[in-house]
Design a protein around this ligand. Structure first.
Ligand code: MD6
Ligand code: FE
Length: 206
């Protein structure tokens, strides 16, 4: 008996990006990190650093620190510059799969090296849950855990490989999810090893 069934609006699109598209996208993202360097956001209240390194593209970037917690900001927290534009190839993925016309305002860039992981969470720092979150995996494979809309719901883990695209829309927009671990050495895409995940979101109401 498996009590798990994915919430409505969960879509996994394995291998949506072919190897050439993955290489171009990863190179574009790494280039943009010269302008918007990676940082480790810290947890509200405790100030504990997240193991995943982050940056953003788009008008708004997701950020967190001890003092002000989770939020979206218009400028890089350390350089003070506006975030770089979301690469066109990334916007194309949104246009292909989101089923939501206004363009994403945020592309959160997550880099997992070594033992980095992400605890079970909901994406709920946005003002508009009618838009899906679209997520693109590049590089090493990861074990992604998906649950339901309450923390107590049963969960299941899925393997996400480079080029896979995940859509959390509908009821799944507020599903709990996280990354249990990354499987080192499963891809050669990211120089130095690791996994890049891009999540595209609407933040404000259109
Ligand atoms: C990750 N992804 O794949 C983390 N959030 O590294 C997320 O937190 C995520 O994949 C919302 C929707 C899809 C996701
Ligand atoms: Fe998330």
């Amino acid at each position: 008996m498996d009590p798990f069934s994915p919430p409505e609006g969960f879509r996994l699109l394995p291998g949506l990006l072919d190897a050439a598209a993955q290489r171009r996208m990863a190179a574009g993202i790494l280039a943009l990190l010269d302008d918007a360097p990676l940082y480790h956001a810290t947890m509200p209240k405790t100030g504990k650093a997240m193991s995943v390194a982050m940056s953003n593209a788009g008008r708004l970037g997701w950020y967190s620190d001890r003092e002000q917690g989770y939020r979206y900001i218009e400028r890089h927290p350390f350089t003070g510059r506006p975030w770089p534009a979301i690469p066109e190839a990334v916007l194309d993925v949104w246009r292909d799969v989101a089923g939501y016309d206004p363009a994403p305002e945020c592309c959160l860039i997550n880099l997992y090296r070594d033992t980095a992981k992400m605890g079970l969470h909901q994406d709920r720092d946005e003002a508009d849950f009618s838009a899906p979150v679209v997520s693109i995996s590049l590089g090493d494979e990861a074990l992604f855990r998906l649950g339901g809309t309450t923390r107590r719901d049963p969960t299941r883990s899925f393997r996400l490989a480079s080029g896979d695209v995940l859509v959390l829309g509908g009821a799944a927009r507020l599903a709990f999810h996280g990354i249990d671990r990354v499987l080192p050495g499963t891809s050669r895409l990211v120089p130095g090893g690791g996994r890049i995940n891009l999540t595209l979101r609407r933040v404000t109401r259109p």
